[in-house]
Design a binder for this molecule. Structure first.
Ligand code: GLC
Length: 547
């Protein structure tokens, strides 16, 4: 078996409730995924990562698991799940399952027993502390707002929910918890799953001194410093690798927000790669606002270059612009209208020639844009909380908050996949979340057009296969301070790939930093490009050459 398949492969993320709804209940399902397997194979991808399909009360869209051994019945049956895996494998596509083991749902049987009595065997599966004079044990603020602690009168104790009260954290310090969770993951590996995307995995080890943090005006302190990248994370993930992953040759990509490149190298001992968020956090402002500053592109280039060079030969990058928590890259950095396709392609080029494994989020291959919401249409726990916290308290106007929500909230990408320009975008029944509304962006139209974003992604995916320079070449960034041009080379054994992308709406005169005359075009997004001779980049022009 090629254990390194992901180094020359591309992974496609399916957000199952919004992918394809076969039975017409408005919620995507396994039968829908099966229907689209030929489409997925036609992209040339090597694996799919499927967001959680476990039984869940859906407080956080499935990232709150009620039963780790069961599927949410809206997705379908275990038999269909197995048939889906078989269908992917038949097409040479691996299946990466989302694994949410930092926390469960508060409706999980284990937690219900744990909370029913201090003396239950399950109690110590979660993190409990005594309060301080009727107040929570610490002033930590949950990621989705409010105190991270919830009081349970039956136990006269508080439990920790790093994300929300609906997502109590497992007590990984307890050896039985690790054993129970590892055993559960094997259940899925035995079904033929090829690996895991490990949700919030750098949160498993906490600061067990439980100190207070420096509090803000509301008396709460950001929780991250106390619960991220804790002292035992590597020890426990090492156990997981040895006891489970290695037995199956399973691939892992860990979600590790707030992790430095140096820490990523440490995690690479236990996981194949991690998702870091430095490059998509550059526009984060206070109180959930955003701030796309003038030097956004230079900062972005610097971050990407740092990860490219620091991880070289030491760890492996997970490359992405979008996922179910991040907005559409075309809305963020490109153009949603006349230059939509050019910008979608340019941003794809910018990412695809870097070292690492590219991840595509469903619809990204169409150059899709954010869905626009009103307050009532917002579905996500984080989005809803923001209105309560900042709008209802008068800190931010509703209008401003909507601007933020529509720029970068998690709902913006969760609308149904756009298969056609027909009813519900060809997704199925009336969807659980608003449809995107951009009828001009859909699979059917792009299939039939040679120059579409979809066909451009197919070319990029194909180029990455068996290309030693992309897989292993060194990386060099040029002109880091240029406000819109992203120019880099990848080199291996005397062969060089030259990449240049104009991430702006403007025509830019730009003298290449290396001699490119005589280079062969690998891919470009303007057929009439004459950059090589005129040094003029059209708006959102991108080109990759072999030198
Ligand atoms: C990860 C998921 C996100 C979820 C959170 C809590 O960040 O990607 O969707 O809300 O973990 O599980």
């Amino acid at each position: 078996m090629d254990r390194d398949w992901f180094r020359h492969g591309t992974i496609y993320q399916i957000y199952p409730q919004s992918f394809c709804d076969d039975n017409g209940d408005g919620f995507g399902d396994i039968a829908g995924i099966i229907k689209k397997q030929d489409y997925l194979a036609s992209l040339g991808i090597d694996a799919v990562w499927i967001s959680p399909m476990y039984d869940s009360p859906y407080r956080d869209n499935g990232y709150d698991v009620r039963d780790y051994y069961a599927l949410d019945s809206r997705f379908g049956t275990m038999e269909e799940f197995e048939r889906m895996i078989e269908g992917f494998h038949k097409r040479g596509i691996k299946v990466i399952m989302d694994m949410v083991i930092n926390h469960s749902s508060n409706e999980c049987e284990w937690f219900k027993k744990a909370a029913a009595s201090k003396d239950s065997p399950e109690h110590d599966m979660y993190i409990w502390r005594k309060g301080k004079d009727g107040l929570p044990p610490t002033n930590w603020e949950a990621i989705f707002s409010g105190s991270a602690w919830t009081y349970v009168p039956e136990c006269d104790e508080w439990y920790l929910g790093t994300f929300s009260p609906y997502q109590p954290d497992f007590n990984w310090e307890n050896e039985n918890v690790r054993k129970t969770l590892f055993e559960m993951t094997e259940f899925w590996l035995k079904k033929g799953v090829d690996g895991f995307r490990m949700d919030a995995i750098n949160f498993i080890s906490k600061n067990t001194q439980f100190p207070d943090g420096p509090s803000d005006g509301a008396g709460l302190a950001p929780i991250r410093p106390f619960v991220q990248n804790g002292p035992k994370a590597h020890e426990w993930l090492g156990e997981f690798k040895k006891q489970v992953l290695d037995k199956y040759g399973a691939m892992t990509v860990g979600e590790a927000d707030g992790t430095s490149a140096a820490q990523a190298i440490e995690y690479s001992k236990e996981m194949d790669m991690i998702f870091s968020f430095d490059h998509v956090a550059l526009d984060n402002g206070e109180n959930f606002t955003f701030n796309a500053s003038a030097d956004y592109i230079p900062k972005l280039k610097t971050v990407l270059a740092e990860w490219q060079t620091k991880l070289y030969k030491k760890a492996w990058n997970a490359l992405f612009w979008e996922n179910h928590d991040q907005p559409r890259i075309v809305t963020r950095l490109g153009d949603s209208h006349a230059l939509r396709e050019a910008s979608a392609k340019a941003l794809a080029v910018a990412l695809f020639f870097l070292q690492g494994t590219p991840f595509i989020f469903q619809g990204q291959e169409l150059g899709n844009v954010n869905t626009v919401f009103t307050r009532d249409e917002v579905r996500d726990i984080q989005g809803k909380n923001n209105f309560r916290l900042y709008v209802d308290t008068g800190i931010i106007s509703e209008e401003k908050m909507l601007e933020y929500i529509n720029y970068k909230s998690r709902d913006t990408v969760r609308a149904p996949m756009q298969w056609t320009d027909g009813e519900n975008s060809g997704f199925g029944g009336t969807p659980w979340i608003k449809t995107n509304g951009r009828k001009d962006i859909n699979v059917r139209e792009q299939e039939s057009r040679e120059g579409s974003v979809l066909n451009f992604y197919r070319k990029l995916i194909a180029i990455r296969k068996n290309n030693g320079v992309i897989e292993n070449g060194t990386f060099k960034l040029y002109n880091a301070e240029h406000e819109s041009v992203f120019e880099y080379t990848r080199t291996l054994n005397g062969k060089t790939i030259y990449v240049i992308c104009n991430i702006s709406k403007h025509t830019v005169e730009y003298t290449p930093s290396v001699a490119i005359g005589g280079g062969n075009v690998l891919i470009r997004n303007y057929e009439n490009s004459d950059f090589v001779s005129t040094h003029t980049l059209q708006p959102f022009e991108a080109i990759a050459l072999t030198l």
